[in-house]
Design a protein around this ligand. Structure first.
Ligand code: COA
Length: 255
């Protein structure tokens, strides 16, 4: 479905790898579709008990492809971006994420829907939605506030600066920070252990853990989109996204 998403099976684990290193694993539309399909396939396949999500080379995911934001912005629920967000919010099987490098925008917010998140000590996180004239997505305003409280979230969102793996762990976004050369072994060890657990008990426990928050997450995601979609075609985003493509600093002084 996308040459940039590698999907393999190891035993009862679905291995999903974002493989577009020359764009720091930015997600284009076909990649979102492939990721959404992989998660739905994992849910439907009785042989699969857990998904494992990672990126290749030095990046986990640098967020939405900025060029796509300009040329193919999401407009409604049928867009691949929203298909992916819905698939990860609703995933029934556990997802273990191994964050091997930079995780920006949806590269960070997708982790809020994973069950175990391991990060390399080289990983860096960023929620630069405001920086590029947008607002957060994927239910992150609700989940992050529940995790960290209003002031800490505001710092991450309003300043939009990078934060370290250790900070991500202290915020509750990451389970454990590990040495880069041990990340895959440690994250896969947890995936293998989940794969050996009784599957019904595992999935019921995930469902119960998520049920209490699911409605609020879905509502937050819908609320966010009502702002996100029009903001994407707004002047602030246009300036920020064009500036990124033109490799210059954006100028928001006229707004
Ligand atoms: N969309 C499209 N292309 C992207 C991208 C993205 N989200 N992130 C990185 N790239 C591209 C760069 O344009 C560059 O392409 P080029 O070699 O053709 O010029 C290449 O990937 C390498 O990126 P570069 O910026 O040189 O790497 P870096 O290590 O200095 O910085 C990032 C990495 C991820 C911090 C930086 O690229 C960045 O801020 N990207 C945008 C992230 C973003 O705003 N995402 C959307 C969030 S909602």
């Amino acid at each position: 479905m996308s040459k940039y998403i590698d999907i393999k099976t190891e035993g009862r684990i679905k291995l999903i790898s974002i493989n577009r290193p020359n764009k720091k694993n930015a997600l284009d539309l076909a990649m979102y579709s492939a990721l959404a399909q992989a998660l739905r396939d994992a849910d439907e396949d009785n042989n699969i008990r857990v998904s494992y999500l990672t990126g290749v080379a030095d990046a986990f995911c640098s967020g939405n492809d900025i060029n796509d934001f300009l040329k193919n912005p999401p407009t409604d629920e049928s867009s691949p971006v929203l298909q992916f967000i819905n698939a990860i919010i609703k995933a029934q099987k556990p997802i273990v994420a191994a964050v091997n490098g930079i995780a920006v925008g949806i590269g960070t917010t997708m982790l809020l829907h994973c069950d175990l998140v391991y990060a390399s000590d080289a990983a860096r996180f960023q929620l630069p939605f405001v920086n590029i004239g947008l607002c957060p997505e994927a239910g992150s305003t609700y989940i992050l506030t529940a995790l960290m409280g209003h002031q800490k979230v505001s710092e991450l969102l309003l300043l939009g600066e990078k934060f370290s793996a250790e900070q991500a762990e202290s915020f509750g976004i990451v389970n454990k920070v590990v040495a880069a050369n041990e990340l895959e072994a440690i994250a896969m060890e947890s995936a293998r252990r989940i794969a050996e657990q009784p599957p019904n008990a595992t999935q019921m426990s995930k469902a119960l853990l998520r049920t209490a928050m699911r409605n609020q997450i879905v509502e937050a995601s819908q609320r966010e989109l009502e702002s996100f979609i029009p903001m994407l075609s707004g002047e602030e985003a246009k300036e920020a996204l064009t500036a990124f493509m033109e490799k210059r600093k954006p100028d928001f002084s006229r707004f």
